[in-house]
Design a protein around this ligand. Sequence first.
Ligand SMILES: Nc1nc2c([nH]c(=O)n2[C@@H]2O[C@H](COP(=O)(O)OP(=O)(O)OP(=O)(O)O)[C@@H](O)[C@H]2O)c(=O)[nH]1
Length: 145
Amino acid sequence: MGLHQAMSAAAAPRIVRIVAGMIRNDQGRVLLVRKRGAEVFQQPGGKRDAGDQDDLHTLARELKEELGCTMQRDGAQLLGCFSASAANEPGCVVEAIVYEVRASGPFTACAEIEALQWVDPAQPGDLPIAQLSREQLLPLMIPKP
Ligand SMILES: Nc1nc2c([nH]c(=O)n2[C@@H]2O[C@H](COP(=O)(O)OP(=O)(O)OP(=O)(O)O)[C@@H](O)[C@H]2O)c(=O)[nH]1
């Protein structure tokens, strides 16, 4: 590695690429999850696995693993790609492809998920919420007047 490459590698934050889901209930509340050992709530979702066919496959797999629910591919809506400081990996940046999806419950905390919370996107209150969700994703879910 040359000097320039070494310097930019040292300066560049590591990027954690994920697919994340926004699930809304009938009251307009959005589902957040907290992983075991983590302080903050975030969107359900995760990293792509080698066997995943596409982003929605990754998301459906993660939602099943984390929440035990069944995601409907039909009607999934791409909200965009967003990034922020990663919640649980200091010095890293999370880059998320985000979809709003419907899923059939029940929704239960499974695998590495310790807690679930349905949050009013307009008034998340004092709940500790990861930067990406608090600053970028929840505001997208506030109903427009
Ligand atoms: N899933 C998810 N991860 C987020 C969000 N915001 C955020 O900063 N992250 C960061 O991205 C990381 C993604 O890791 P993950 O644990 O969800 O992914 P994964 O299930 O595939 O992980 P693993 O296979 O390594 O256990 C989280 O540890 C966290 O630091 C978010 O809204 N959803």
